[in-house]
Design a protein around this ligand. Structure first.
Ligand SMILES: *Cc1c(COP(=O)(O)O)cnc(C)c1O
Length: 523
């Protein structure tokens, strides 16, 4: 009686597996697991709490009269439930996670140890600043390193993700145009066709009209097209560098010059900073604002929606408009500038409550300090080397989207090589799951047909890359040899088969409701 949202395709005859399905749904010491609400645990509890002293008097009419409707599990049952669920999932601690653009790298345990130090983990943002001097010192040091690595004079620390950083950057740019009286006429933001979806979404959210900029044959911004669209009605451009095709924007300095000449600001999407950290300072390229995904470039866990951190570095022109808060220090220690007054009078306000993702700050600084400047430069070098190794080792069996020259930190393939095989990019990705590998990013960037975007990151060893390459080559050869069944029904070995992802996104079922006739209390 599973009520799980398993709107999957009917399973096709299993061409790969010849053994019968198991009797219980379990498999090889992995047990099948139902929803927590479906377990027979109503009325049980895993903890022994004293009856509350209050009679609910303070709450008046708000006191709950019905059962709370939470499933009851003992501690071992709870542990098992969540561990079983976690076994159905992929994790960076299990194997390579080659998702392009996401930068899924190993998270050093040292970072975790630092983030759990009580002086960082057990503090509250409303504590008096005199009692959190160490935490403010850490934020100040991290800000120093972000400014040093990017060659930019200021940084807004509070954004909580890359997309939030984009919002921060465009709100800062809007504040600057408002201050100069140009906001009313500068209503457009230029975005290249290869951009991450968050770029146009952010521009639209801040109230701008998004204008697309074309891309050249070799995957870069078309400078002539950009120049023709720049004018005194443009507020900013948003360009990713290296871009989402895994390529360095060769004309970046010219792009910045043209943008400034038109009186617009250059927002750089810095999600791919891991490809150039320690080698290139975006400030030297003419960037005015750039978010840094601490959860990508500087490790720190991410995925599943967070937590992330997206500090935004700012040029001197934009710095006065940065949102509060920020840390300042004088002879008496560290303080927070919290309000748009005095020295912060031009700040556009606040972006969020409190000061940012403290746990992520600790992890990111720990990653920086344990690598040192030479180690951070090597991060970029190894990330690029690993991607080029994959590109070189797969280019004879798959078609590289931009075959000429090296790539940066991502190897991008199209589906040209699958023509005539009846296997699609999606089928290929699902067959990778059967081989024990998480698929790469598919169908993004949109400008490349049937895109397969692979980002190994610097934390994968040559042995691990060779295992991945071996699996990819074997699958590519199977596809070309006409072994279509292996792909069409895949994944055969995963706990769930092909899910209806569109329906899951458009009509998600986020609440569990008790099946008809059941006596369990509904949540
Ligand atoms: C990940 C990413 C973003 C968004 O960052 P989040 O932290 O996921 O909000 C934006 N642009 C690019 C190119 C990215 O890879």
């Amino acid at each position: 009686m599973s009520t799980m949202n398993t709107v999957g395709r009917p399973t096709t005859p299993n061409a790969v597996e010849t053994k019968p399905a198991t009797l219980t749904g379990g498999r090889g010491l992995l047990q099948n697991e139902m929803l927590i609400f479906e377990r027979d645990g109503w009325g049980k509890t895993g903890v022994d709490l004293a009856a509350p002293k209050t009679d609910g008097g303070d709450l008046g009419d708000l006191v709950r009269k019905d059962p709370i409707g939470l499933p009851g599990l003992s501690e071992p049952e709870t542990m098992r439930h969540y561990v079983r669920l976690s076994q159905k999932n992929h994790a960076i601690d299990l194997a390579i996670y080659p998702l392009g653009s996401c930068t899924m790298k190993h998270n050093p345990r040292l970072n975790e140890k630092m983030a759990r130090l009580a002086g960082f983990a057990d503090i509250h943002p409303l504590q008096p600043v005199s009692t959190v001097q160490g935490a403010l010192d850490l934020m100040d040091q991290l800000a120093h390193w972000l400014k040093t690595l990017t060659g930019m004079p200021a940084v807004a620390m509070s954004p909580k993700a890359g997309a939030h950083g984009e919002l921060c950057g465009l709100m800062t740019i809007r504040a600057a145009h408002e201050a100069s009286g140009e906001h009313a006429k500068r209503r457009k933001v230029l975005v290249p066709t290869s951009a991450h979806g968050t770029n146009p979404a952010t521009a639209a959210f801040v109230g701008y009209t998004v204008v697309e900029v074309k891309q050249t044959e070799d995957g870069r911004v078309d400078v002539a097209d950009l120049a023709s669209k720049l004018g005194d009605d443009v507020a900013a451009i948003m360009v990713t560098n290296p871009n989402t095709c895994g390529l360095f924007e060769r004309d970046i300095i010219e792009i910045a010059r043209l943008t400034h000449e038109a009186g617009a600001y250059f927002y750089c999407d810095g999600a791919n900073f891991n490809a150039i950290v320690g080698r290139v300072r975006p400030g030297d390229l003419g960037v005015d604002a750039m978010h840094i995904n601490l959860h990508k470039t500087f490790s720190t866990p991410h995925g599943g929606g967070g937590p992330g951190a997206g500090p935004v570095v700012l040029s001197a022109a934009l710095a006065p408009f940065a949102p509060a808060p920020w840390v300042v220090s004088d002879g008496d220690g560290f303080k927070l500038v919290e309000r748009a007054e005095d020295e912060a009078v031009q700040a556009f306000g606040r972006l969020c409550a409190f000061n940012g993702q403290m746990g992520m700050f600790v992890r990111a600084l720990s990653y920086m300090m344990s690598h040192g400047t030479d180690g951070l430069r090597q991060v970029a070098e190894d990330a690029v080397l690993n991607a080029n190794y994959i590109k070189a080792r797969l280019s004879d069996v798959m078609s590289a989207a931009f075959p000429d020259g090296p790539c940066m930190h991502e190897a991008l393939f199209d589906d040209e090589w699958l023509k005539g095989t009846d296997v699609t990019t999606l089928d290929f990705a699902k067959a990778m799951i059967d081989e024990g590998f998480h698929p790469m990013t598919m169908y993004f960037p949109l400008v490349v047909h049937g895109a397969m975007l692979i980002e190994p990151t610097e934390t994968e060893s040559k042995q691990e890359l060779d295992r991945f390459i071996h699996a990819m080559r074997a699958l590519a050869e199977a596809a070309k040899a006409g072994d279509v069944d292996r792909f069409k029904g895949a994944p055969f070995h995963a706990p769930l088969k092909r899910l209806d992802e569109t329906r899951a996104a458009r009509a998600p079922r986020l609440r569990w409701s008790a099946p008809e006739g059941s006596n369990s209390a509904a949540a």
